[in-house]
Design a protein around this ligand. Sequence first.
Ligand SMILES: Nc1ncnc2c1ncn2[C@@H]1O[C@H](COP(=O)(O)OP(=O)(O)OP(=O)(O)O)[C@@H](O)[C@H]1O
Ligand SMILES: [Mg+2]
Length: 311
Amino acid sequence: MSVGQLICNDLGKVYDGGKRALSSVSFSVPTEGIFSIIGRNGAGKTTLVRILATLLEPSYGTASIDGLDVMEDADELRTRMAIVPQEGRPLPWLTPLQTISSYLMWRGESYRVSRRKAEEALALVGLEDVRDRLNYKLSGGMKRKSLLAMVMASDAEIIFLDEPTTGLDPISRQVVWDLLSRLSRDRFVFLTTHYLEEAESVAGRIGIFEEGSLLALGNMDELRASMRYQYSVRVSSGIELPEVDGRVLKGRDGRVQILTTREEAVRLSDQFIGRDIRFSVNPVTLDDIFYHLAGREIHNYEEDGEGGGWP
Ligand SMILES: Nc1ncnc2c1ncn2[C@@H]1O[C@H](COP(=O)(O)OP(=O)(O)OP(=O)(O)O)[C@@H](O)[C@H]1O
Ligand SMILES: [Mg+2]
C-alpha cells in the first residue's frame, strides 16, 4: 500500500435551506492507519464522510484521496473504497453470507471467491453461527458487525466507518476495536465516533470538529502539546485550595479537577503530599482536550467560575 494523503482544501457544505454543515475545512492526513474525527451531534462528521466517500457533493472547495479528486475521479475512488454509513443496515431479506458475497461479486469477485471471503470475514467477527439467518432476525449489534465484516472482506484500501460502535455492548465494542486494528494494518480507516476513549486508543490521528469547523488535528501528543494546560490534577472536594494557574472544574460527584501546567502540577502535588491529601496527576486525556476546545456540555464537569479561580 502506498501511503498518500487525504487532503481537504477549503471544503464547505451548505445544505438546501441554508444549513452550513461544513465551513472552509482544510487539512491533510496521511492515508495510513486510523484517522478518527470526533465532535458532538451535528458537528458535520457525517457530512464530511459522505463528501469524501463521493456520496455528496461539496458546495465549495476540493478534497482528494491519494491524488484522486472526490468529484473528478469519483468512479475510480469508489473502486478503492468501502463505507459503512451511520444508519447502514443490511437488506432484511438476505442472510449475512448472502449480503457479503453479493457485495463482493458486485465489486467484481467470482462467486467462489466471494463466498469463501464472506465466510472468513463472518468468522472473524464471530458471526459464523448466524451466517445463514435472515438479517432482520439479527440483533442490532450483529447487523453492525456483519456490515463491518462486509468491508473487511472487500479489497477496498480506504474504509469509511461512521460511528461503527454506537449501540454495541462493551465486549462487542472491544471485538470491533480489535478488528479496526487489524483492518488498519494495510488499509486507511476513516472513523467517526462519540466514544473519546475509543478515538484515543485506536486512532493514530484525531480531528476535533465543532459546528462544521476543524478545531484541532494531530496525534495525542500533538493535541496535548497544543494545549496550554497539559496536566490534569484530581482531588476530592472539601479541602482548601491555593491560587492556581489553570482551569478548575467541579465534578457532579463533588470531586475537583484542575487542568494546569506541568510546573503547577508538580507544585500542587508537593503541597498535597505535604498536607496528606489524596490526589492524582495525569496527562490530559482526549476527553479533557475535547471539553476544553468544544465546550462544557459534553463533559461531566462544570467550570468553577470565570477563568478558574478557587471558591
Ligand atoms: N440533508 C440535510 N439537509 C439539511 N441539513 C442537514 C442535512 N444533513 C445534515 N444536516 C445538518 O447538517 C449539520 C451536520 O450534520 P451531520 O450529520 O454532518 O452531523 P454529525 O456530526 O454527523 O452528527 P451526529 O454525531 O449526530 O451523527 C446538522 O446541523 C444537520 O442537521
Ligand atoms: Mg453523523
